[in-house]
Design a protein around this ligand. Structure first.
Ligand code: ZN
Ligand code: ZN
Length: 441
């Protein structure tokens, strides 16, 4: 049990709101309470979306409306290696959504569809551009659409997909001589565009376990990468890993532990996203929208304000659990769930302590043969330091933590899960612990 003294301190900090930043290491440890008050609001958004511009099965405008109708404040379109900014006509019967998508589009927006019939008698529709869709369906302060791209690269057989949010110009996959080098090259390309244009944009590593492409050892070494997907709603991305491969939660803990203790790199934040491709059969086993998202605490609904908050860690990720507050101080970490009646919550505080067993072993497949996968780490890495039942929980540092983060698990099953038997969850961002070494840069 935490001492009453520290709980009192946490609630004082909570009452004061975002407290002055006190930094004892050069790892970022903003002392803050994330809670909606005054101008500060939680904005719900999805940062991974596919449409007819690549391999999604619906029109951009209908997807914009789906998220608007379903309680989202912002949405980032991230089609594969394309921006929706050119004139493009598609043959209805050859689109992923075929007549189903077309009929729904015509029914919902009868005066908006531009279509023509070719000499061969084929019905074609012009895909609306991002600018057209944003002009018509975004509403200042209420609903924001952001241009993005899924930079879809690969090395050998490993898919390397990285989302650029608020990108201004198309980025072509940069490639490289290894998975790590390709990731680094793509991160560098986004940062270069950001610097050249002066427009804030962020890059994040998508679904590390898709095609078992990305290992923790690769991800931990990418410089300038601040985000990765701890939860992706596509059913083919193996969030939970398997007996050979680490889960995305475990990858996160390995990355955090090594970046803090060995690599002298900033921590990485975990995103929840949909990666929606299939919009006509909901719920289903397809890659539906509505499975994972972020709640960003911001004083306005603009790309600039949201990105500033994301980069400062003023957000959490969710697949159904809503939080009222997240408080991090030099004393510890506390979370409060916006509890639903009849639902139980378990809060796990996860972290790694200084002096952890840092030995690792090669990953082996079923036959005992070495495989290219995240290595095996001791149970000291990303240990569950404390478990609390109930919607309110706090963790008090004992002094040897490198970082601590909270994972909240609901007793309610996800209504449209990406994996069978999945409970609704939320993930706080990690807070740097008292034993994190000062950075040398
Ligand atoms: Zn992808
Ligand atoms: Zn995707």
């Amino acid at each position: 049990m935490p001492r009453p003294q520290s709980l009192a301190l946490l609630s004082i900090v909570a009452a004061l709101g975002i407290a002055a930043t006190a930094v004892s290491t050069s790892q970022a440890r903003p002392e803050q309470t994330l809670v909606a008050r005054g101008e500060l609001r939680w904005y719900r958004g999805n940062m991974h979306t596919h449409s007819h511009w690549s391999d999604g099965n619906d029109y951009l405008e209908m997807i914009a409306l789906w998220y608007k109708d379903n309680g989202y404040d912002f949405l980032v379109f991230t089609d594969h290696n394309v921006l929706a900014n050119t004139e493009r006509w598609v043959e209805v019967d050859k689109t992923k959504g075929k007549r189903t998508a077309y009929d729904k589009l015509k029914a919902r927006l009868p005066d908006w569809v531009e279509e023509r019939t070719t000499a061969e008698g084929n019905l074609e529709v012009r895909l609306r551009t991002f600018a057209e869709v944003s002009d018509r369906f975004a509403e200042p302060g209420t609903y924001l659409l952001i241009q993005g791209e899924e930079i879809s690269d690969k090395f050998d057989k490993a898919p390397i997909h990285m989302n650029a949010s608020n990108v201004q110009e198309l980025l072509t996959p940069r490639g490289g001589n290894s998975v790590l080098e390709a990731m680094q090259n793509n991160v560098d390309a986004v940062i270069a565009q950001r610097e050249r244009t002066g427009v804030p944009m962020i890059v994040h590593l998508n679904h590390p376990n898709f095609g078992w492409g990305i290992t923790a050892e690769d991800l931990m070494r990418v410089v300038g990468e601040q985000f990765f997907e701890v939860y992706n709603g596509h059913p083919g991305v193996h969030n939970s890993g398997d007996h050979v491969h680490a889960s995305t939660d475990r990858v996160w803990d390995i990355v955090l532990t090594w970046r803090i203790s060995e690599l002298n790199l900033p921590i990485m934040y975990g995103l929840g996203v949909d990666d929606g491709h299939d919009y006509h059969d909901i719920p289903s086993r397809n890659s539906n929208p509505g499975r994972g998202w972020v709640y960003v605490l911001s004083n306005s609904l603009t790309p600039e304000a949201l990105i500033e908050s994301l980069e400062a860690g003023r957000f959490y990720s969710s697949s159904g659990v809503q939080l009222a507050s997240v408080t991090s101080t030099d004393k510890g970490l506390a979370v409060e769930v916006k509890a639903d009646e009849g639902v139980d919550y378990t809060v796990e505080f996860i972290g790694t302590r200084k002096g952890f067993d840092s030995r690792t072993e090669e990953a082996l497949d079923e036959k005992g043969q070495p495989v290219r996968a995240t290595r095996r780490y001791s149970s000291d890495v990303g240990a569950v330091l404390k478990t609390v039942s109930g919607p309110k929980a706090s963790y008090e540092f004992t002094g040897d933590e490198l970082y601590v983060r909270a994972r909240i698990i609901s007793s309610r099953l996800h209504p449209n899960p990406s994996e069978e038997g999945e409970f609704e969850r939320a993930w706080s961002q990690p807070t740097i612990g008292p034993a994190a070494p000062p950075a040398n840069d």
